[in-house]
Design a protein around this ligand. Structure first.
Ligand code: SF4
Length: 234
């Protein structure tokens, strides 16, 4: 009898360990694939959508971006891509998906939160439990725009921070809101609203910072007037 013909000695319990190692290996491969394939697919579809200015698979994209945000950002950094552009894209995507739901909400059930940084640096507004109350002093555009938005029926707040927003949402229970702010403020506002089941639309300021930032007010009205008859908005 040659060595090849000798029977392989069997170790007690070996089939169990073989199966376990195989299963663990398979699971690891699936997890690795999910952690790499999904974020890479999300980045590719996002870049394609940004490039063509058109959303491909918007609902899937939003779910993918929400699920794999950390990995997507890490991959963006790795490839030298600006993750701010991705965040702006996410906000734009979210707004697009929420447009018809937002337009269906009556204006008296909507709210607008304006960041305090839009005010003039010499603003005389008083801080109250309901945020900063504009005195319409004319030093900045906030006053006249609050007057106009309120004339449509909106509740408008100048928010010194997210705590005020949470408090006002709890107190007045709007069904839809518009959050004006910088990239991170708007993104966090959208996430908070999603958790609370409120339809949120974000409008980004044109300049980041803590004082005298700028917003394109026509961007605010583009959202604020959704679902409103043109004649009602005169
Ligand atoms: S218009 Fe209102 S927000 Fe602007 S500076 Fe005057 S009081 Fe402040």
């Amino acid at each position: 009898m040659t060595i090849e013909q000798l029977p392989t000695p069997s170790i007690p319990g070996q089939p169990f360990w073989d199966q376990l190692i195989f299963t663990v290996g398979e699971a690891t491969l699936i997890i690795l694939a999910l952690f790499i394939i999904i974020p890479v697919a999300v980045i590719c579809i996002s870049l394609l959508s940004i490039h063509h200015r058109k959303f491909y698979f918007p609902r899937l994209l939003k779910a993918g971006l929400t699920m794999t945000e950390g990995t997507v950002k890490a991959l963006c950094k790795l490839f030298g891509l600006d993750d701010k552009e991705l965040t702006a894209f996410f906000i734009h995507l979210h707004n697009t998906l929420s447009t018809s739901a937002f337009a269906a909400i009556p204006i008296e059930k909507r709210a607008i939160f304006i960041p305090q940084c839009l005010r003039n640096s010499q603003c005389p507004a008083n801080l109250t439990p309901e945020g900063l109350v504009c005195k319409r002093c004319g030093r900045c555009e906030v006053g006249e725009n609050i007057t106009r938005l309120e004339s449509y029926g909106y509740r408008v707040w100048i928010a010194p921070g997210s705590t005020l927003i949470k408090r006002m949402v709890k107190k007045y229970r709007p069904e839809a809101l518009i959050g004006v702010g910088c990239l991170m403020e708007v993104k966090e506002g959208i996430e908070m609203s999603d958790k609370l089941g409120i339809i949120a639309m974000g409008v980004l300021t044109l300049k980041d910072g803590c004082v005298e930032t700028i917003v394109n007010w026509s961007d605010v009205y583009d959202v604020a007037l959704l679902g409103i008859e043109k004649k009602d908005a005169q």
